[in-house]
Design a protein around this ligand. Structure first.
Ligand code: HEM
Length: 532
């Protein structure tokens, strides 16, 4: 609400300011005895001349003009905007097509080069890279003043300090109990649902809800029941819905046309829901998270547990704290809620693989009503490890790259010198589908990971690489192991009206499925008991 009022106030101030400028200009013009039509014509001609000279500069004189690519993309960002907004997150697919035509490096926007060779990923994200985050990408996500989007390395280091060891491997292991508790609750709710309703289960929704509750336990000190993901067996709750709904074309629209955001800010929420559904969901989440942060902070400093919020409260402003909590909450849900249903679908559509995984789990976990074996033991299981790695590989993590800015001295990327202050980008997609490393790369094949081939491990990069890689890697991998182990030890799944085409994706920050949520007929394995 504060954000809304602030924007309204800003708009009113700009309106008054514009009116004053208009009055001044009109008075000046009258003094010169120039007619309004003459003035408008002059302005229009000046505008056209300015645009034409900009296009000329970009095409023939710009530091990137020697790089190949469509002329339209070199001339205007509208080319990229078209694929992002109108073709609904289709720009990575288009960049891939452009690479087929123009080779491994393509100019996809006036100041941006897109690279395809995995070596470019290595050069951009190596630990000592001098490239920095490209701010416009993070600004439009509302993360410019949060860990995810802070460009300034010193400011980022300061912000990360209080939470650094919360993400460490040792602390991640302490977090295992919370993941197991949430996973057990998901299984109990699924059992209840199956017992009361013979229809296929929307397991994708259940996975989104469990991922949400796990990350909430990491981020907040406490979360009231009405904001949890797993309130009941419908898994149909505010954040379960908004973490899905925010991922639509509106984010790209506001990135390319910031005025659209100003316009959207003037609309009542009901109209915004129709015109800009993703942004409406964003506002709903922001307001709810802001209040949640406020109530958590008010309850401190006698925190119930060690959390991102308790570590940061008092060290940053309320707006910064809300952006941190929101960014980490969404980051912790969106990818895991892609990987779990995709991995579970690929296993369940392959009955011999499902049986093999079940037998492997049964060998270390004889009675399904006993507590799940510890993560260290699960992580030694080869079939389960292969399933987790294939889910990570084929869902790609943050598939957009994300974009980086070259330093003052320029940078060498995949053998090309890129001048200073240019944006360079690539995608984990090209590392994960490189046929020289992954034979038949499109195939979900957990056994390709038998014997842990180091070359394949090196190119598994959904969490990115280097000093700004994902600090939530350990927690995420542990979560995938535990939730998939619970699923396949306790249930047998058969896909219901879900096909591989439902997992076709478009691109926002991570990928977003175009089809229906994964539904499965779920049968409890023999001996699985519903808790009283
Ligand atoms: C499978 C799940 C996940 C994937 C694939 C993933 C992927 C990524 C990637 C690729 C980045 C780097 C983005 C960039 O370069 O701008 C990133 C950053 C980040 N991730 Fe994750 N993430 C996942 C889960 C999580 C979880 C569970 C948490 C929190 C517990 C988390 C917290 C963060 C934070 C705070 C950053 C910003 C790091 C920085 O710039 O300092 N992520 N994530």
């Amino acid at each position: 609400m504060d954000k809304y009022n602030e924007s309204l106030q800003l708009m009113n101030m700009s309106r008054v300011h514009l009116q004053e400028i208009f009055n001044d200009v009109t008075a000046e013009v009258r003094a010169w005895h120039v007619s309004t039509s003459q003035l408008l014509l002059t302005i229009a001609l000046a505008f056209v001349a300015h645009r034409a000279s900009t296009v000329f500069y970009r095409l023939y004189l710009h530091p990137l003009s020697r790089f190949p690519g469509p002329k339209l993309a070199a001339a205007t960002t509208l080319y990229r905007a078209y694929y992002q907004v109108v073709r609904d997150g289709g720009h990575v697919a288009q960049a891939t097509k452009l690479h087929e035509k123009y080779g491994p490096v393509v100019r996809i926007a006036p100041h941006t080069l897109h690279f395809r060779n995995p070596k470019a990923f290595e050069d951009m994200f190596k630990f000592n890279s001098k490239l920095t985050k490209a701010s416009d990408f993070y600004d439009h996500l509302g993360q410019s003043d949060a860990l995810f989007g802070l460009v300034d390395e010193v400011a980022h280091k300061e912000r990360f300090k209080p939470v650094a060891d919360l993400f460490s491997r040792k602390k991640a292991l302490n977090f295992e109990k919370l993941i197991v508790n949430n996973g057990n609750r998901m299984c109990q709710l699924l059992l209840k649902k199956i017992a009361s309703d013979k229809k296929p289960v929307n397991i994708a929704r259940a996975y989104r809800a469990v991922a949400l509750d796990v990350i909430q336990d990491f981020v907040f000190d406490f979360v009231p029941p009405h904001l949890r993901g797993m309130q009941d067996e419908s898994f149909d709750t505010l954040f379960v819905n908004t973490t899905w709904d925010v991922m639509d074309w509106t984010a790209w629209c506001f990135r390319n046309f910031p005025l659209a955001l100003t316009f959207s800010n003037q609309l009542p929420q009901s109209l915004r829901r129709i015109l800009f559904p993703g942004e409406a969901a964003n506002i709903e989440s922001f307001d709810a998270i802001y209040k949640l942060v406020q109530s958590n902070v008010a309850a401190g400093p006698n925190w119930q547990r060690d959390s991102l919020l308790s570590r940061m409260a008092g060290k940053v402003t309320m707006n910064q704290l809300t952006a941190e909590c929101m960014g980490t909450m969404f980051g912790g849900v969106i990818n895991i809620a892609n990987m779990l249903p995709y991995g579970a679908f690929c296993v369940s559509r392959n009955p011999p693989l499902q049986e093999e995984l079940f037998r492997e789990l049964e060998s270390v976990w004889l009675d399904p009503n006993d507590p799940i074996p510890c993560y260290t033991q699960l992580s030694q299981l080869p079939v389960l490890s292969g399933v987790v790695k294939e889910s990570l590989r084929l869902m790609h993590g943050i598939i957009v790259g994300p974009p980086r800015l070259t330093p003052a001295e320029g940078a060498e990327i995949d053998g090309h010198f890129v001048p200073p202050n240019m944006i360079v980008t690539t995608s984990s997609l090209y590392c994960h589908t490189n046929p020289n490393v992954f034979l038949e790369p499109e195939k979900f094949d957990p056994h390709r990971w038998d014997n842990n081939p180091p070359e394949m491990d090196k190119w598994l990069v959904p969490f990115s690489k280097g000093k700004r890689m994902c600090p939530g890697k350990e927690i995420s991998i542990m979560e995938l192991f535990i939730i998939l182990a619970l699923t396949f030890r306790k249930f047998e799944l058969r896909p219901a009206e879900t096909t591989l085409e439902d997992f076709d994706w478009k691109v926002y920050v991570s990928l977003h499925f175009k089809g229906r949520f994964f539904h499965a007929n779920m049968t409890p394995r023999p001996g699985v008991a519903v808790a009283a």
